[in-house]
Design a binder for this molecule. Structure first.
Ligand code: NAD
Ligand code: ZN
Length: 360
């Protein structure tokens, strides 16, 4: 273990409306006789119209990822076994992902499982992946998580009540194609909730105690771009879609430590199966004493863009359910101590978190 951070970035990034048209030329040098690509599409694209515009060839493996729920370790194992079966023992020349964080993370984690034995849960944690994955190309169709440029693929492990990523340099994409036209069909609320994830990651990192100058610089820029997008008249105008795509990419590169929002969000997602972006906004709304400025700023952006939070989300939870959310939160020691110091347990007691949850 060295004291110096040896940071890796995505090798190549292509940005611009219509950029997916370049995929044929990007894949050409990778394709050899008989080689196969594996294409992961969010199930929104199941009608095949997007695939028909892309250089998918006979024999390639095409997977439509069910994103009604966020990726799980069991689901990832199932996709990995499906892909393995169709590859007949040969590694693919490239793996591509078209979707939001769920589809990109599925592609990243399945790729790791093609070159590393065992199950997805064996690699939840830091630096557990032993062997490089096949070449991967990320094409976000929903921006905000930063999965396109981060070194993790986040999975929910339902048996362990644990949401945790495969954090490894091998998890990263090798090439990105950032085509803002792919965002045009995203429903407004989803666009907001996922987009604001960039703002959350970056402010949590900037308000934490574990800082670094590069992460700070990237986070500040990503937040500034989010402000431009969400304070504009139409957050989904073409120039805003491009800005949000770039904010998400920069935010993923920053990928510092999160703070108190993401742990509470993870607890809510595990128990209530809420989507990540929405769960973050709900979590921030009841962390108003810890993050008063950010809570007010996000509320203002939501108002401006005509987006609202659902009410009564924890109403169905009994005491056991509330405790499960608490346990799914408090397990995230690194981000919580980044935000609240090593004594975070004495601040976020069960009673304290419970009082927040019943306000939701
Ligand atoms: P998502 O990928 O779960 O997709 C949300 C919804 O948007 C789905 O219904 C999907 O069908 C739809 N959608 C996606 N693209 C669309 C398009 N172009 N048009 C219409 N609909 C579209 O959402 P997300 O917020 O991007 O990802 C959430 C996941 O990302 C969570 O599992 C979260 O934990 C993870 N995450 C990962 C990282 C990372 O660094 N790897 C960081 C933060 C969050
Ligand atoms: Zn996030």
């Amino acid at each position: 273990m060295t004291a110096y951070r040896n940071a890796k970035n995505v090798g190549h990034v292509m940005i611009g409306a219509g950029a997916v048209r370049e995929l044929g030329s990007l894949l050409a040098p990778l394709r050899t006789s008989g080689s196969k690509c594996v294409w992961f599409f969010d199930h929104f694209f199941k009608d095949g119209a997007l695939a028909a515009r892309l250089p998918v060839q006979d024999g390639d493996v095409v997977v439509y990822v069910d994103t009604d729920n966020e990726p799980t370790t069991d689901g990832t194992d199932a996709y990995a076994s499906y892909v393995r079966q169709h590859l007949c023992g040969v590694l693919p020349c490239a793996m591509l992902a078209f979707g939001g964080g769920s589809t990109m993370d599925t592609c990243k984690c399945v790729a790791n499982l093609l070159t590393n034995k065992g199950l997805a849960e064996d690699y939840q944690g830091w630096e557990l992946v032993q062997h490089p994955a096949p070449y991967k190309i990320g094409c976000p169709t929903l921006s905000g998580t930063g999965s396109e440029s981060s070194r993790t693929g986040v999975l929910c492990n339902e048996k362990k009540n644990l949401k945790l990523g495969m954090n490894s340099d091998y998890t990263m994409f090798d090439q990105l194609v950032l085509d803002p036209d792919l965002l045009a069909t995203v429903p407004r609320e989803q666009y907001f909730f996922t987009g604001i994830d960039t703002y959350m990651h970056c402010f949590e990192s900037l308000t934490g105690s574990m800082r670094n100058v590069i992460v700070d610089a990237l986070s500040e820029k990503a937040i500034a771009l989010c402000r431009e997008v969400f304070a504009s008249e139409d957050m989904m105008a073409p120039h805003c879609r491009e800005k949000l795509m770039i904010a998400s990419y920069i935010g993923g590169m920053a990928a510092g430590f999160t703070g108190a929002v993401h742990p509470l969000s993870a607890g809510l997602s595990m128990v209530l199966h809420l989507r990540h972006g929405l769960a973050n906004c709900l979590a921030l709304s009841v962390l108003d004493d810890i993050y008063p400025e950010q809570c007010a700023e996000v509320a203002g952006m939501m108002k401006k863009q005509g987006v609202a939070l659902p009410k009564g989300v924890c109403a169905s939870l009994d005491e056991d359910g509330l405790r499960q959310v608490y346990e799914g939160t408090i397990v995230h020691e690194k981000p919580l101590s980044n935000a609240l110091g090593p004594d975070f347990h004495s601040i976020l007691t069960y009673e304290n978190v419970r009082e927040r949850l019943v306000r939701l």
